[in-house]
Design a protein around this ligand. Sequence first.
Ligand code: ATP
Ligand code: MG
Length: 340
Amino acid sequence: MKKRILTGDRPTGQLHLGHYVGSLKNRLELQHKHDQFVMIADAQALTDNYDHPEKIRTNIFEVMLDYLAVGIDPQKTVIFIQSQIPQLFELTFYFLNMVTYNRLKHNPTVKAEMQQKGMEENVTAGFMIYPVSQAADITLFGGELIPVGMDQLPILEQTNEIVRRFNSIYQTDVLKEAKPLFSDCPRLPGADGKAKMSKSLGNALTFSASSKDIEEVVKKMYTDPHHLKVQDPGKIEGNVVFTYLDAFDPDKNRVQDLKDHYQRGGLGDMTLKRHLMQVLEEFIAPLREKREQLKQEPKRVLDILHEGTLRAKKEGEKRLEEIKEAMKISYRFQNFTAFR
Ligand code: ATP
Ligand code: MG
């Protein structure tokens, strides 16, 4: 049975290898079998970038280039801009009644991001409630399966709590619970060994990274700090080079041989890193090229986004009516009994 897929990305920068393994790879498969909506979450990105709207605006185009270069097919996937769907914000407002302030304060993803971004006491109300607006994104579009990275798990749990509360209060089943779909690499670490490759942490390799960028990032990549001499046995666990090889080297037997060799001793970090550089170059080069081509056709790229946004708007209007119907606030002015 065809399922509705809803997912998205914040236009805070170009997409990177973490997006690919964590979510995009799954989206490429899902679009053939299911009914997929992909949202560029500009309004959510503004919650921590409200003072840099130009950054968000220009990155909408960059993210579009990334989607099309990587193979998101606009014939199969509806791509749209969040801020253009007013129904999302109306639904967010109703959903805010379905969650306590205390619960929002304890969302582990929000807590970690607040700390990482140095917000703490000065956190805005808009940022605090972004998981509620994400619940609106998912449910307005009836998202059943959500291909996301591991950092999104607490947000999805929050969404499902809202769904259950809403359905029980209004005695309805108009909202569906959403299931996360994780990939085999749900959290790609940063090249610096940090927990997550992220646009905001400045540790990312984008789809337009040059051979030199790749070389620089891999050279600095975290390995086994106790593997000092080539002949020493080295560790695989926590070794970022192997995490990346697992994620990007298409030849799994070769990766296994390298792991065995490394653990036995005799395989130097630099030899290993040279191999990873080549693997990443082979992965990124065609994306880099495709991106360059697409950049020459901005009208075509923006037409796709415009068309997708119009389709999403129609869907949003229809769904919000259904949801308001369930809340008994879908007033019909022609019918005077509606307000009695
Ligand atoms: P920001 O730093 O602005 O939050 P980000 O790099 O975290 O940006 P998002 O737009 O927040 O990117 O995330 C989009 C999707 O990509 C989410 O599903 C997220 O879980 C996934 N994702 C992002 N980074 C990684 C990663 N390093 N590994 C796996 N999945 C990731
Ligand atoms: Mg993020």
